[in-house]
Design a protein around this ligand. Sequence first.
Ligand code: 5GP
Length: 115
Amino acid sequence: MDPYSIFADIIAGRAPASRVYEDDDVLAFMDIRPLTPGHLLVVPKIPARDLGELDPEIGGKLFKVGQRLAAALRASEVACDGVNFFLADGVTAGQEVFHVHLHVIPRTPGDGFGL
Ligand code: 5GP
């Protein structure tokens, strides 16, 4: 087992996930407990427990991929008209999985989710 997290197992294909995008550096998949329909996570393929361990270039790529996915969500059946990006860095910030991940959370009017 990878010492870091379940996300390392998802990246390696050892654990299941609904993958929506993948390239050499980044993987995006559906959050198992979506805050709203279409909630995605974008993760670096090289493990980084937190922002301190994340290569800034890969960090830029997480944002770039998140930006494209946000546009795709707006055009998809999710038909959101807003998107929240969220990244928890550290326990105090609410981080639960210690493999950096960018939340891409589609928003629709009255979805009841307050961030
Ligand atoms: P955090 O609180 O660390 O910012 O968010 C962790 C996120 O990972 C949560 O939204 C949680 O639902 C998601 N998550 C935890 N375990 C799994 C898993 O095994 N598969 C998937 N797809 N998402 C997971």
